[in-house]
Design a protein around this ligand. Sequence first.
Ligand SMILES: Nc1ncnc2c1ncn2[C@@H]1O[C@H](COP(=O)(O)OP(=O)(O)OP(=O)(O)O)[C@@H](O)[C@H]1O
Length: 662
Amino acid sequence: MSKRLDKPSGIPKPAMKPIVASSSKTVGVLKAPQVPSGSGVTGRFPLSRDLTNLRGGRLKRAVSPDLGRSKDLNARVKLRRSRSFNDIRDVKSVNSLKRPAATLPPIPAKRVATTSNSVQSRAKAPPTKPAIGATAGTKPLRPETKTRPPNADLPKAAPVERIKPYDYKARFNALLEKHKILKEKFEIQQGQIADFENVSEQYEEAQGELQKTQQELTSMKIDNECLQKTNKAQLDQIKNLTNDLEQTRATLASLESEMLKLQHDHREMTERKESLEEERNFLTDENASMREDLEACREQVFAAVTERKELHNQMMDLRGNIRVFCRVRPPLESEMERQLCGWQYLDEASLEISSTDPKLKCQKLNFSFDHVFHPRVSQDEVFDNVSPLIQSAMDGYNVCIFAYGQTGSGKTYTMDGGNGQLGVIPRTVNLLFNSVKKYKHIGWEYEIKATFLEIYNEVLYDLLDPAITDLEIRMVSATSKSEVYVSNITEKTVHSIDELHYWIDVAKSNRATACTVGNERSSRSHAVIQLKLHGIHKGKEERCLGTINLVDLAGSESPKTSTRMEETKKINKSLSELTNVIIALLNKQDHVPYRNSKLTHLLMPSLGGNSKTLMFINVAPFQDCHAESVKSLRFAASVNSIKLRVKKNRGYHNSQIADISN
Ligand SMILES: Nc1ncnc2c1ncn2[C@@H]1O[C@H](COP(=O)(O)OP(=O)(O)OP(=O)(O)O)[C@@H](O)[C@H]1O
């Protein structure tokens, strides 16, 4: 301290600006710079205390010579020092105040170039920025900031070492330090002012950004409305889609359950199919085996059928090629008054007739036939005895069935039927087609052709077309002695029972009938239905041709009772020729007079040689018919004795074979 310090007149005085920013934009209080550690100044600045201690006498000595010129000057110096001290103290006190909470967004501070690290770090700290919209300058600082005593929050400082008044060097250093601090504060405040100047720009930028943001906000609001509308539509759509989805799910669930059921069924069906396939394979094998057996059986059946045919026809031969059945009809209710003959039915094949007329000599006559049918025998029973002949026709024989008798004796009833009872002809048709069906199972195919002929007064008529009159009986060939056919006759190929019945009805409606003494609807012509049966067995290449002649003869009538003599004569003559032919056959005469009548000529193939003939002798039961009945019975009895062996129609004309093929 021996060396006197220099007057610090050359030290520039730091600018003392108020701590509180006067700018209208500045809000808040800046912190005073901290005293750097190690600067030699500890805690509170001792300078202020030193200045305080300079009051009184010692103050004068401490006054700079420049300042001590006058009292006023001293007083100003004192005041300036005091103010300077107060400033420092204010700075300290202000620095000790807590910074109010920022109400504005921070404004980036300009970097203050300072040499002190502490100041630099403080400058880096974001300055407090006033809130947007707040009126800077007009808005007062927080009341507590103003009313708070300056050193209220300052810690109690430890006593500071006092600088001797004469220690100018120390005082100078303290002032330097003070200057340095103030300088730093000044620089900071300059930076802050620069920052504040930027606030307007930032404000404008913020305004621009605000407008931009508002525009964007408006745009976004519009977009938002659009989006809300779109969203609503999409929500509706989503709702619909959700409903659809629910329905689809329900349908899917239903379909899944159905699918499961179907899968279950499928499995069952598959198992069933496999089972059936096994069964089918088994049955196929079985079938093949059975086919072989069937073929063998067919062979056996064919052989058996052939044998049966042979045996059947041998039996028929034994019974006689011409068989005679006698049938006595019952009296009708309208005929109860008429006197009957005496009838005795001795057995199945014999009867006895006696006259009951007291004027006539009572003579009992016995007749035997192949079968006798008394009046109560039904049509069924009669046909049971006829059907074997139909079987022979199927086997390839010519068959002729006719009814002979007095007018009114029951010929038409026997052949055609009456009173709802079917006769031989319709029953033959039924049996024929049933047999054809059965024969089909063993390989035989049949074709049936039918002709319907009427002989009236020795003239031939086509019962299917009465307008045709040029019918002639002709020989099939010159070599054939018995084969005949009728020229120009209508021949129908029939395929069913109904079809044949239809043509039979047509023929019946065209037949000539008239009233006679014995029958109010008497047949005055001979009606011949001829059925040709063409059989073929393709497997065995066998063929057969059979013929069935079903003849309903005109009734014989006594010329004494006849009202149409010429007609009766013709009828009786043809019947007489029939008996002559049969008697010639019976007597085995060389010449058989077939051609003496149209009837015998037509029936030539079916009466002699290769044929089987069945003759019904119909008789009326009445006494007034006794003579005619006896006549018929005698003729029938004589016919019955004719036994001709017939040969099967094994070979026939080529034209007939051609017919079968067609
Ligand atoms: N067995 C019978 N049972 C019941 N009625 C019968 C029998 N036979 C014939 N008749 C009846 O007697 C009547 C005369 O019979 P049917 O017409 O058959 O005689 P017919 O011999 O054909 O006569 P014609 O030669 O004149 O034609 C008919 O009314 C018929 O119904």
